[in-house]
Design a protein around this ligand. Structure first.
Ligand code: LIP
Length: 265
């Protein structure tokens, strides 16, 4: 199999090119192409163009690999690698001009199912601020030349936590009840609006932890590897892995308490 570091080199190369395309399109003005699961769940022309660009670059470089993308769906490959891609994570931030969005690219092996796959390489690139978070399996997580490490445990003031809310208004009451359960653990909350950046910030120690219900596989595929390669723990429902039911990421000392509060179990 191709080494994780070789997969990472390709992910980084494509993430930088795709991020520059997304940034350039943003300066030219954003066109909303459609809404998806709810009125608030938008897709821009740039989302579609950037994913098409990433997919074409991957096909050219590694035609046998599989692909799972937010906008163009899944295609099984004949190699052991599947690329899991969110072309612009934080689409609403992108549409409003908030500089908190990222190209998220992960290479995984095994079934293209977050409950079964093994992440091998991850690149999360925010072109608005020029930060590229990267990780290869068993080779650590990095931001440029800085090796990343999660916060071993929160301060005595409590944990700085991030979360998110679904696009469907019908889910908001449950999300707010979850925040009420978690708040006793927190010094404060952040709502950044891009799961891949929430996860990258946990890996970088900018957040003590993150929890969110309802994420798609492409939202967390790359960021979860950043966290584990930075010494953190990722999970979902108790004993589970990140998924639609729940995604949790933090340092080891906080994990059990955050999981219990976020899941209500
Ligand atoms: C977004 C996530 C965010 C979540 C939003 C949405 P998108 O992904 O990154 O954490 O709260 O509801 O799922 O739609 O911008 O790719």
């Amino acid at each position: 199999m191709t080494s994780p570091t070789d997969l990472l080199d390709l992910a980084i190369e494509i993430a930088r090119e795709a991020g520059e395309l997304a940034r350039r399109r943003r300066t030219e003005g954003v066109a909303i192409a459609a809404t998806k699961s709810a009125l608030a769940d938008i897709v821009t022309e740039a989302d579609r163009e950037v994913e098409d660009f990433i997919r074409a670059r991957l096909v050219a470089e590694r035609p046998a690999d599989g692909f799972l993308g937010e906008e163009s769906g899944a295609e099984r490959g004949t190699s052991e690698i599947t690329w899991v891609v969110d072309p612009i994570d934080g689409t609403v931030n992108y549409a409003y001009g908030i500089p908190a969005y990222a190209v998220s690219i992960a290479a995984v092996t095994g079934e293209p199912d977050p409950q079964q796959w093994t992440a091998q390489a991850a690149a999360v690139f925010n072109p608005a601020v020029g930060e590229l978070f990267q990780a290869a399996r068993d080779a650590g997580a990095w931001l440029g030349g800085q090796r990343l490490a999660v916060n071993a445990e929160p301060s005595v003031a409590g944990a700085l936590l991030a979360t998110g809310f679904g696009y469907d208004p019908a889910t908001h009451a449950g999300d707010l009840a979850r925040v009420a359960r978690v708040m006793p653990l927190a010094r404060d909350l952040r709502r950044i609006g891009a799961a891949s950046l929430d996860l990258a910030y946990v890996a970088a120690g900018r957040l003590d932890g993150y929890f969110e219900r309802g994420l798609q596989p492409w939202d967390h595929a790359a960021g979860a590897l950043l966290v584990t390669e930075a010494g953190g723990v990722v999970g979902g429902a108790p004993g589970g892995r990140p998924g639609r039911e729940m995604t949790i990421a933090c340092g080891p000392a906080l994990f059990d308490a955050l999981t219990a509060a976020a899941t209500g179990v």
